[in-house]
Design a protein around this ligand. Structure first.
Ligand code: SF4
Ligand code: FES
Length: 231
């Protein structure tokens, strides 16, 4: 089958352009495999300035979040989406839109790490590192940023930090000692609870399949209403 793949590209200096590549494949492949093949077979040479397409990946198993990008308008993991999952043979690939583009499909998501620091998302020595069902579910967050891409309330630099910050806090709030939890609960209220518009756009898009709504209910109960909902 022949595919027309258009990639939104951006040079390190900021110049943006779109490159269209004709790609043929007889087998179904992940978009990560397609990008790898485009680079290894130098199919990007249709562009006269011809540089390999920059994109990020690590695990190729839907476990690290590095390959998050927007494919045919849907934020997703490139290693998790296959050619056959789109209607027709026209595929458009763009970088995540809420983060600064470094080059091509590579974005700077360091704002997510800064937000975790701002909400003091770590345990101190007197905390318990035990788990429970909620902690396990929340710990599956990849920090991919796909939930931020679809969130109508998130913009980098605003006081609402989004679900990528809420998920680690959901786990840590349960494991913190009382003093640390009291401090972090205030940060949770300011940066998560007060800014969340409950659109739950994040709920259906999370590639890890985390039950974000349930995580939020648990964290709101603990940090805002000061009661543990369940273990
Ligand atoms: S909650 Fe889901 S979509 Fe958001 S950063 Fe974590 S894994 Fe990605
Ligand atoms: S490369 Fe790790 S999630 Fe896609």
């Amino acid at each position: 089958m022949e595919y027309t793949i258009t990639i939104a590209r951006q040079r390190p200096g900021g110049e943006k352009y779109r490159q269209t590549i004709n790609y043929e494949s007889d087998t179904d492949k992940s978009i990560a495999m397609v990008l790898t093949e485009i680079n290894s077979r130098k199919l990007y040479m249709t562009d006269k300035q011809a540089t390999p397409i920059k994109w990020e990946c690590s695990c190729l198993q839907k476990k690290c979040g590095a390959c998050a990008m927007v494919i045919n308008g849907r934020p997703c993991l490139a290693c998790d989406r296959r050619l056959s999952q789109w209607c027709g043979n026209v595929i458009e690939i763009k970088p995540l839109g809420k983060f600064p583009v470094i080059e091509d499909l590579v974005v700077d998501r360091s704002v997510m790490q800064e937000e975790l620091k701002a909400v003091k998302a770590w345990l101190d020595s007197s905390s318990r590192a035990d788990g429970g069902e909620v902690c396990y579910e929340a710990s599956r967050c990849l920090q991919c940023g796909i939930c931020l891409e679809v969130c109508p309330n998130f913009a980098p630099g605003d006081s609402f930090f989004g679900m990528s910050a809420a998920m680690p806090l959901t786990r840590l709030l349960r494991q913190m000692d009382d003093a640390q939890r009291a401090e972090v609960s205030k940060l949770y209220s300011r940066h998560i609870y007060e800014g969340c518009g409950k659109s739950l756009a994040c709920r259906d898009i999370c590639p890890a399949g985390i039950d974000i709504e349930d995580m939020l209910i648990n964290s709101n109960a603990l940090a805002v209403w000061k009661r543990i909902r369940k273990k």
